[in-house]
Design a binder for this molecule. Structure first.
Ligand SMILES: C[S@@+](CC[C@H](N)C(=O)[O-])C[C@H]1O[C@@H](n2cnc3c(N)ncnc32)[C@H](O)[C@@H]1O
Length: 240
């Protein structure tokens, strides 16, 4: 496996330790994300196993920085195959356990992988890791050191016309910065505006039919002994 950057290594350590408590600690946020993905599924893409455009097609998803797999579990009934990828072993184990428990063990599984390292590992060069119909990255872009590089790496993994879906945090214009508590050292961005996401999608060649929507609700959760509030957005663009 290729070597992580120093920043990715900080994330790996932090999320490896958090993996067991992650689903419970962030429950209101994760439930909210899944609710919004479900409500906007045909806004994200028109090609699913239960839609006309997707009928009879093999629909392959990459869930990058997949964590415990909440978004994959939401999409699994409507796709053929999901590859989860993350740098934290304990997250990958949780993902695979959750997939098995939900009865999706045959179509979704996670592996350890880092698409953001300087040089990419040969293990990720096989056909099973390319030509995806959808790459989804949920609650993770704000942890990446170089979001531009990340977006172009996601573009490379998509087939032409494939959708890159980013779910992340709307900046807080009142406080300027969110309070990430003990996770602060793992964070590089305090959210992304529509304009920033447009530029990120465009810069990576993911500019076809760009769309951005705020989830228009605040998710309230407790972390490190404090009540915290976040608003999320979804953005999507297709590989030109
Ligand atoms: C806040 S969690 C989000 C997990 C999941 N996508 C979700 O929506 O619940 C961030 C995840 O990003 C992963 N991560 C951080 N940096 C990464 C990198 N460079 N490559 C792959 N995964 C990374 C962490 O291990 C963690 O599982």
């Amino acid at each position: 496996m290729a070597e992580h950057t120093e920043h990715t290594e900080k994330n790996r350590q932090y999320f490896d330790n958090l993996a067991k408590s992650y689903k419970d600690s962030f429950k209101p946020v994760l439930d909210g994300i899944c609710r919004n993905v479900t409500a906007r599924r045909t806004w994200i893409s028109d090609t699913w196993t239960d839609t006309e455009a997707g009928q009879g097609k093999e629909i392959k998803v990459l869930d990058y920085a997949c964590g415990t797999g909440v978004v994959s579990l939401t999409l699994a009934p409507f796709v053929s195959k999901i590859v989860g990828m993350d740098v934290a072993d304990n997250m990958i184990n949780q993902f695979n356990q959750n997939a098995h428990d939900a009865g999706f063990g045959d179509k979704m599984s996670a592996i350890k992988g880092d698409l953001l390292s300087e040089t990419l590992s040969d293990e990720l060069s096989g056909p099973e890791y390319s030509d995806f119909d959808i790459v989804v990255v949920s609650a993770a872009l704000h942890h990446f050191e170089k979001p531009e590089l990340a977006m172009s790496r996601f573009c490379q993994r998509l087939k032409k016309g494939g959708v890159c879906l980013i779910i992340d945090i709307v900046p807080d214009h009142h406080r300027m910065a969110h309070d990430f508590g003990e996770a602060e050292h793992t964070v590089t961005n305090h959210g992304f505006t529509e304009e920033q996401m447009r530029q990120l999608h465009e810069g990576a060649g993911l500019n076809e039919d760009f769309r951005y929507q705020s989830m228009n609700e605040q998710f309230v959760y407790q972390k490190d002994g404090k009540q915290r509030t976040l608003t999320f957005f979804l953005s999507r663009g297709q590989r030109a």
